[in-house]
Design a protein around this ligand. Structure first.
Ligand SMILES: *[C@@H]1O[C@H](CO)[C@@H](O)[C@H](O)[C@H]1NC(C)=O
Ligand SMILES: *[C@@H]1O[C@H](CO)[C@@H](O)[C@H](O)[C@H]1NC(C)=O
Length: 517
């Protein structure tokens, strides 16, 4: 160790010892809460979980402040919906039932980018209103004594959504002033040294993982997922077919309601829960119970295939939820086999010597996207007077976090990566985007964007508008055909694609305005 490193190490150690009594930890997530927020003392800590998923840790400060720290990424719709569901019975009792929808909209509006892992929401119910700030930014408020009381009840009454445990604080007296002064000097010196010698963390990280159990339906965000050769376990294992056995896609106007069906797969229990605002009750589908389907066709696979058919109850439920007459729920049974194909308009050879299975997804077992690329696209959209879009438009399985060491569109340059230190992926080809991306996931309106903006700077000579990369796992890095990856995992770039790397550099030098091929 150099003297500098030794000094930094000692300073960090002492400082963390001095501060260790100033935070409390929610034990199941390891999420920390400061002992004080402004002047309110941390009273209780709890964990909101759903089944095996740890959704967020919550800290209660004084009587009226609730800090929610996300342990898991969920979209705004889901989180605001869950909070609304918790508020509703309490409001009905306290006479604020008419504010429940308003409350949901208030939370939705505060989360334009969803509630990703690490997001912090502070609800303050003091003074006859509920205010919310997200990651330190004040968002909005909703007035009313009853609604403030109802919200408080979510975490404090007899039916609280999670068990709140009192925090043990050490009130054994003031800290030694001399020690604090010494530490203050050391901390200031440490800060200066850090600013002089450290670079930002160059690690490229996974920010989000998604599966889409039913093709064309809403995403299921997960904090960990199992990589298998044909895609994540549970990804695109089912699809809706019309009365003629043709695969239904939300690209078609009369089938766009598929986007509003939430399919939650319980991987361990092998059952699927479908929910939709347009259906009166959730549907539980036991994936073990099926009969062979008739011949069905998939939009990207040649010929016909036979899948499993999950029965009349599921079919009737889907018909009501989507309005697609005679539709049925089908899915991957035991004998399912489909292989990745070369896409004529991309021309890239299939990795792993052409041998790559695929789920019911369109083209590839995995799609990876980069938040920095979305940020770049959105800034170009805004410059053209268009509204920005969110990542749901692109239906990725793996999202790379912005603010990590990856520039916009740099994912194009990769040819082999490793995630979470174990599993390796061939970065096969760019994903050419279709009209699916032009449909607003909430309103189902179609605007022609973001394709029109992508056309201005990402159109290839063959006419595709690319966003995201198709990945194929390297089977030799799986153990028994499997590997787990997690949100937060590190991504290492093992090999670059020279041709794509040259294009990327040229585009960057040209302000990104040249075609990509
Ligand atoms: C789905 O799994 C749950 C257990 O998590 C079970 O209670 C329920 O009966 C299952 N439903 C079906 C349709 O299998
Ligand atoms: C090939 O890619 C284009 C987009 O670039 C897509 O529209 C088409 O469906 C793909 N074809 C196959 C067979 O995957």
């Amino acid at each position: 160790m150099t003297p500098l490193r030794l000094y930094l190490f000692a300073a960090t150690l002492l400082w963390s010892l001095a501060l260790s009594s100033a935070v409390s930890v929610e034990p199941r997530t390891g999420i920390e809460f400061e002992d004080k927020l402004n002047r309110a003392k941390l009273e209780k800590v709890g964990l909101r979980s759903k089944g095996p998923i740890k959704v967020y840790a919550v800290g209660q400060y004084g009587k009226s402040i609730f800090v929610l720290k996300m342990a898991y990424s969920v979209n705004a719709e889901k989180l605001s919906g869950a909070l609304m569901d918790a508020l509703k019975p309490r409001c009905e009792e306290l006479g604020c039932g008419d504010q429940v929808e308003e409350f949901k909209a208030f939370v939705m509006d505060a989360l334009p980018n969803g509630a990703k892992q690490g997001t912090q929401l502070v609800f303050n119910t003091a003074g006859g209103k509920v205010t919310l700030s997200v990651n330190g930014k004040p968002a909005s408020k909703i007035s009313g004594k009853a609604v403030a009381k109802a919200f408080t009840g979510i975490y404090t009454d007899a039916n609280a959504v999670c068990k709140m445990k009192p925090v043990q604080t050490d009130d054994s007296g003031e800290r030694d002033p001399e020690m604090m002064a010494t530490l203050g000097v050391m901390a200031a010196t440490t800060l200066v040294i850090f600013l002089l010698v450290t670079k930002p963390d160059p690690a490229i990280k996974v920010s989000e993982l998604n599966i889409y159990p039913v093709k064309s339906c809403a995403e299921q965000s997960v904090s960990e997922a199992t990589v298998t050769p044909r895609g994540f376990a549970g990804d695109r294992i089912a699809m809706v077919v019309d009365a003629n056995g043709k695969c239904c896609t939300s690209r078609d106007k009369d089938k766009a309601k598929l986007f509003h069906i939430h399919a939650d797969l319980d991987v361990d229990n092998d059952n699927l829960t479908l929910t939709a605002a347009s259906a009166y009750y959730p549907l539980e589908v036991d994936l073990q119970k099926s009969a062979p389907s008739g011949k069905v066709t998939h939009n990207e696979a040649p010929g016909e295939m036979q899948l499993a058919d999950y029965g009349n109850v599921a079919a009737a439920w889907l018909e009501i939820a989507t309005g697609i007459a005679g539709c049925r729920l089908t899915g991957i049974g035991e004998d399912y086999q489909r292989k990745v194909m070369v896409n004529a308009s991309q021309g890239d050879a299939v990795p792993n010597n052409g041998d790559a299975p695929v789920s019911l997804a369109d083209e590839a077992p995995f799609l990876l996207t980069n938040e920095a690329s979305l940020d770049d696209l959105n800034s170009r959209m805004v410059a053209r007077g268009k509204s920005p879009v969110d990542m749901r438009r692109f239906r990725p399985n793996i999202v790379v976090s912005s603010g990590s060491g990856l520039s916009a569109w740099e994912e194009d340059t990769w040819s082999k990566i490793r995630i979470g230190g174990t599993v390796e992926f061939f970065v096969w080809q760019r994903c050419g985007r279709c009209t699916m991306t032009t449909i607003d996931r909430d309103t189902l309106d179609r605007s022609g964007e973001p394709l029109a903006t992508l056309n201005t700077f990402r159109e290839s000579v063959k006419g595709q508008r690319n966003f995201g990369m198709h990945l194929v796992p390297d089977p030799s890095t799986l153990v028994d055909g499997k590997a787990e990856i997690h949100a937060g995992d590190k991504i290492e770039v093992l090999e670059y694609n020279k041709a794509r790397q040259t294009e990327w550099q040229e585009n960057k030098d040209n302000g990104g305005m040249a075609p990509t091929e």
